[in-house]
Ligand binder design. Sequence first.
Ligand SMILES: Cc1cc2nc3c(=O)[nH]c(=O)nc-3n(C[C@H](O)[C@H](O)[C@H](O)COP(=O)(O)OP(=O)(O)OC[C@H]3O[C@@H](n4cnc5c(N)ncnc54)[C@H](O)[C@@H]3O)c2cc1C
Length: 402
Amino acid sequence: VSARDLVVVGAGPAGAAAAAHAARAGLDVLVLERAIFPRHKPCAEYLSPEAGRDLDELGVLDEVLDAGAARLTGFRLVAQDGSSALGRFAGAGRFAPFRPWGLALPRATLDQIVIRAAQRAGAEVRFGVTVEGPLLGDGGVAGVVTRQAGARLRLRARAVVAADGLRSVIARRLGLARWGRPRRLALVAHLEGVKEVADYGEMFAGRGWYAGLASIGSGLVNAALVVPIEEAGAVAADPQSLFVRRLTSVPELARRLADARIARAVMVTGPFARTTRRVAVDGCLLAGDAADFFDPFTGEGIFAALRGGRLAAETLVTAIASGDVSRDALRAYRRARRREFQSKWVLERVAGLGAVRPVLYRRFVRALAKRPGIADLWVGAAGDAVPVRELFTPRHLLALAL
Ligand SMILES: Cc1cc2nc3c(=O)[nH]c(=O)nc-3n(C[C@H](O)[C@H](O)[C@H](O)COP(=O)(O)OP(=O)(O)OC[C@H]3O[C@@H](n4cnc5c(N)ncnc54)[C@H](O)[C@@H]3O)c2cc1C
């Protein structure tokens, strides 16, 4: 059997974007996905405004809007004492976002739309195929080994993109995956009947935990609760009761959730802080969560997956054309990722670690409430439009006076 140009493992946003861009550039692409789509994914299901640019490039932004996605114009941050601040994506002056809103819709819908873009571009997608690991040859990764209906199969490829998510089997088998801190678990549900649903997302935080709420269209609200791994016992015993108890411990939420109903049962995931020793090895690039994921607080994972998938495709198109897919030839990918994501890496650490410290978070929220312009800057940075260094200029830090 002749080798494909590119095998992509995983049909989430990273794999779908990589496959679409590579197929558009003329590569012969095969995507292997374990699940049968549509499938649910435990996620808060919000896309930052900048992710809209990637959807637009893939030609699916209108389709996502037509599917009933909610448009979120910003975020409201709520501290344990009830103080809150609202930041808008459009408010950050000269840092105009791609669109003045982010989007939110069920991943079952979003992921199907994005993988269809890859198929339209010419990629072949096989669902229900589990990849067991990389196929190793003399020059590094030479394809993948799959299991299908009990049979083991070797598939050769000039290059492989590992876009198989947080628990990437490719990253693990290549010895690249590293688990990090903080170790947290997430519980995610869809709710119906939530009162006062707004055109922005909301982040509530307490000691060691936080929760995000946002409309995902069609009258549904996504609620995602993140707790420390020390609560794993209580989570395993009864995730739904922990979920309801924690959310309704916030007086505002107790009131707004009084008539709410769980429309899609609580899904549990975690821990999630992950890094990799390298994102490029001979014959293989890691993209999306398979490459790195820190914490969901800033909601940039789907953006990073879509953008990272594109960057992986761009590097591989050049490398495959030149006949050299060695780690050295793939170095451009690491540089491109750093340029694109450095800002995000800083912000998600600052936000993910700071939000669960009640005194700090309260002071931060109160300071933002008094200075809406600065709130817009922070929310704009989380929306991937404002460069993070803007947040740390002496003037802006002084305005917060934490
Ligand atoms: C609680 C929580 C909330 C989040 N909220 C947000 C949010 O609001 N906004 C946001 O932008 N990001 C959010 N994220 C992050 C976001 O979910 C991820 O960053 C994003 O899904 C990464 O996309 P991906 O394509 O890399 O991986 P995934 O979406 O995980 O896709 C990987 C695919 O690979 C397939 N696969 C896995 N193993 C194999 C195998 N061995 N063989 C074949 N196929 C395989 C899987 O079935 C899956 O379809 C959140 C994450 C968590 C944990």
